[in-house]
Design a protein around this ligand. Sequence first.
Ligand code: ACO
Ligand code: ZN
Length: 541
Amino acid sequence: EEMKKRGGQVVLSLQMGDDLIEGEYYMIKKRTTPTDSTEIKLAVQIIAIKEVSDRKLEQHRMDATREPPEKRLRFDRELSQDETKSNVSAASQAESRSESQPKSIESSKEPSDKSQTPSSDKVHKLYYVHYYGYDRRLDEWIERDRFIERCADPAIANPFASKMDKKDGAKTRAQTRIHVEFHHLQVDSHQDATTARLEKEHEERTKVRNIESVVMNGYEMNTWYFSPYPYKDTEHTALFVCDFCLVYTDCETEMKLHRSVCQYFEPPGDEIYRDGPNLAMYEVIGKHNKTYCQALCLLSKLFLDHKTLYFDVDTFIFYILCEVTSSGARVMGHFSKEITSDNNLACIMILPPYQRKGYGKLLIQISYELSRREGWVGTPEKPLSDLGKVSYRSYWWWRILEYLDDERVILEDAPCAALAAVTGIETEDIKHTMLAMNMCTIHRDDLNQGQECIVRLSRAAIIQCKVMGIAKPPFLMLKKENLKWMPRNARGPPLPDPLDDAPNRVRIAIPPHMKRPNGAAKEGGENEPPPTVKRKRTAEQ
Ligand code: ACO
Ligand code: ZN
C-alpha cells in the first residue's frame, strides 16, 4: 500500500526524508565482508527500529567494521594462566565459603545506567533487518544510508535465498513443508487461541537479539540469536561468562572479581573421554548440577534458534567437550540428551571459535556410541537447524558409505529399513539422506496400506558418491577405547557396531529376511562396470 502506482509503474525509490516502516521489505547494499568494499544488493525486512545517541552510533560503527567476528581479546592464554595461579590462591582463601555451587551474579547487581543517558541531543535511527530467505543469525542493526529502495518482491530480489520467508498463501505444499522444517514450526492443527497468542508474543519478544557479544575463553564472540538472560534492554552489548563455572554478568570488572575467587577449573562432572592432552569430555547430570546446566543452556541458546530452552534441566544429561590447558578445561561445546527420550541427542552446539574443526561430528559420533552401548538405535531431536542438517548429513553419508564401500557387500535395491539395520542409523534418517541424493524411490505399499521407500544401491552409485566427496571421514575420529562410559539404564545388550569388522564376518547389505518379497528390480548390481561419464548422471539423478 505504501507503494504509489503512477502510470502503471510501481514507485520504489526512496527519498531522503522518507520514513522506513517496520515490517516492510527494502533493498539494501551490503559489503561481502566488513572490510571488503565490494557491495551487493539484498532484500531485507525491517524487524525493529531504535533510536541511539551519537556515542552508541559510534560504537555501532566500530563493531560493524570488526573482523573477524570471533577474535581473541581482552586477555590471551598466557594471561589466563596467570589468572589461574591467582585463582588457586584465591580458592584457598575462599575455602571457608559455604557456597560450592556456581551462582548467577546478575541478581546481586543493578543494571548499569551509564548507557542510558545519551551523550548528545542528536538522535539517530538504527534498523534491525532480516535478510529475506537467510538464517536469522545474519540479522543485524544497520543505518539509514544502507537502504536503496523499497522492494516489490523479495523472492525475486534474493533469488538464491531459500523460499522459507514467503507468505503462506503463496506457498506450494512442498514449500510449506520446507518452511515448517527450516523455521522450526510445530504444526498443530488443534492449537488453541491462547497457545497461538502466547507463541506469537514469544516470537515478538525474541525476534531481536538481546545480547550482541559474549566474552569467554579469551574470545569475544558475536552472538546469533536471542537468549533469555535476565537483561531487559538491548543496551547490554557484551556479556561476560566465566570460562569454568559459566556464571555471567554484563560488567567486566565484576567478572574480573569473580575470576579471582572462582574455584572451578573444569565442568562439575565425570571425565568420560580423553584424546591426547588437550581434548576431554565431561558428563554432567542436570539434576545434580542445575545452576551450571541452566547457565550452559542460556549460553547455548545464543547460538541455537529453534530449540526451546530447558530451564527444567532435571531430566537431561549434558556431555561437555572441553579444550584442556594447564589452566583448566574450557567449554568448547556440548550436546544434551533427555533421559527418557527416544532421541540420542536433544541439542548440539559448538561455540563459534571452535566450529568447523570437526568437533561437531565428534559429538555426533559419541551420541551414537552412547545409545549403541545402551542397546538402542538413536536419532537426533527434530527439527534440525541448517548447520545441524549439514553436520548430520555428512556423518550419515560417511557411516552409510563406509559400510557399503566394501567388496563383500552385496549391493541391490533394498528398503530403507534394511539399510538402517546394517548401519545403525534410524530408518527415517536413512530415507532423508538417500532422498537428498535421489537414491531413493517411494512406492505405494498396497499390502500394508502405506508407502515403501526403496534405496537404489549399485556399485556405480557408491563410487560416484565417493568421487563427489560426500563421504568425508570425520576429521576427529572417535577413539572408542578412550570412551570410559558404561550405561546406567541400558535398554538392552549393546548393539554390534556395523563398522567393527570381525575377521570372519561377511558383510551383506540386506539381511535376507528384509528383502522385498517380490524381489526388487536389480538396477546395477554388484557386477556393475565402473562408472563412465555417461553413467555419472545415474548417480546424481
Ligand atoms: N557452512 C557449511 N558447512 C558447515 C558449516 C558452515 N557454516 N559448519 C559446519 N559445516 C559442515 C562441515 O564442513 C562438516 O562437513 P564435512 O565434514 O562433510 O566437510 C560438517 O558440517 C560438520 O563439521 P564439524 O566441524 O564437525 O561441525 P562443527 O564443529 O562446526 O559443529 C554444529 C556443527 C554443532 C552444528 C555447529 O555448527 C553449531 O553449533 N551450530 C549452531 C547450533 C546448531 O545449529 N546446532 C544444531 C541444532 S540441531 C539439534 O540440536 C538436534
Ligand atoms: Zn567461575
